[in-house]
Design a protein around this ligand. Structure first.
Ligand code: PMP
Length: 353
């Protein structure tokens, strides 16, 4: 740290992204990426001509992509905000709506507490219940920014829409942000509720279901007034926040949405397979509606399993937080990847005996 860093940031504990090692080729089940490539139209749309055009600035309004998403969700382009990954939207939301503080769960996406700290916002951390479900009552009548991932990460548990509606109704004077990074894998989206609740900010991403984590594309759906707030911050920080190639890729991906829906179904089937194989090996696995599962074994601790799998070329995610130290988060990849994963876990359990 330099002596020049402002005092407010000196104690900031930055987010630790999942490992992206380059030393060898791993079976990567640690950062919830898709095992499938982007659709054919996306691949062919990135032509040499488009690359030559990188000398020009991109469209700051992202008109084509906004229009495509508006068509997909049957909303107006004014209800859609586009960002360089959904993390950017989360940051903007804390910046814009966190004046009275922000409430989020103890076990949830780790970036929420970082954004609270970064923006100097008091965090009200509401513990999940013993079974890792959301303490819905705890989120009611908060009158501060409420941030909930649905399905939650890293647990994969779904929060019923009726609970979200109760939280929306009891927080009429503050924004409720629902982070739907993983909703396409069997969850139910709250997009429809944005028509009735002007305080609902629904945040989504192309990183998981749409095979574009490396392109950095996230979006929010909400009332026109909330979207206008985010636009104001964008035009005050980085108007050209979505690069030309990502805008093209995103627009094509929306046109080819059926391909991605099919991929999500395949991942859900691979999830069923993985859960049943892990259960045969004695693991307990939380019921997941995401493209990952959260599992613990009574034969080996979470850290050792993570380390031994890494030695065998399979990466999964382990968290140090005491409450979830026994667990690992395992991304659901292709069927072949999950078969190798199960084989390696079986070997490790055999060695541990
Ligand atoms: N929300 C949740 C719950 C996530 O797990 C992630 C991925 N780490 C994100 C948001 C951010 O995704 P991205 O910035 O790639 O859109």
């Amino acid at each position: 740290m330099s002596k020049f860093l402002c005092q407010r940031l000196q104690t900031l504990e930055a987010y630790t992204p999942g490992e992206q090692p380059r030393d060898k080729k791993y079976i990567k089940l640690n950062t919830n990426e898709s095992p499938f490539p982007p659709s054919q139209g996306v691949i062919s749309a990135i032509t040499a001509g488009e690359i030559e055009d990188l000398r020009l600035y991109c469209d700051p309004e992202c008109k084509a992509l906004r229009q495509a998403l508006a068509g997909l969700y049957q909303v107006k382009p004014e209800n859609i905000y586009l960002a360089n990954g959904s993390d950017d939207i989360l940051n903007f939301a804390f910046m814009a709506y966190g004046q009275a503080g922000a409430a989020f769960a103890d076990i949830t996406y780790g970036f929420y507490s970082v954004f609270a700290q970064l923006n100097g916002i008091a965090a009200d951390v509401i513990p999940l219940k013993e079974d890792f479900t959301l303490d819905v009552d705890g989120f009611c009548n908060q009158n501060k920014l409420v941030v909930i991932a649905n399905p939650n990460a890293p647990t994969g548990l779904e929060i019923p829409l009726s609970d979200i509606e109760r939280i929306l109704k009891t927080n009429p004077n503050s924004v409720v942000l629902i982070d739907e990074a993983y909703v396409e894998f069997g969850g139910i989206s709250c997009v429809e509720l944005t028509r009735n609740y002007s305080n609902l900010l629904c945040v989504k991403t192309f990183s998981k279901s749409h095979s574009m984590a490396g392109a950095r594309l996230g979006y929010a759906i909400a009332s026109e007034a909330l979207i206008a707030d985010l636009e104001t911050i964008k035009y005050s920080t980085n108007p050209y926040n979505i690069n030309r190639l990502t805008q093209i890729a995103g627009t094509k991906a929306v046109e080819e949405n059926d391909y991605y829906r099919e991929n999500c179904k395949k991942i859900m089937a691979n999830r069923d397979y993985t859960v049943s194989e892990l259960e045969k090996l004695g693991f307990s696995v939380l019921p997941s509606k995401a493209n990952f599962i959260f599992a613990k074994s009574d034969k080996i601790d979470g850290l050792s399993l993570y380390q031994k799998l890494k030695e065998k070329g399979v990466l999964i995610r382990h968290f140090e937080k005491p409450r979830i130290r026994d667990y690992n988060r395992i991304t659901i990849g292709s069927r072949a990847e999950m078969e190798i994963f199960i084989t390696k876990v079986t070997e490790i359990l055999g060695e541990a005996l």
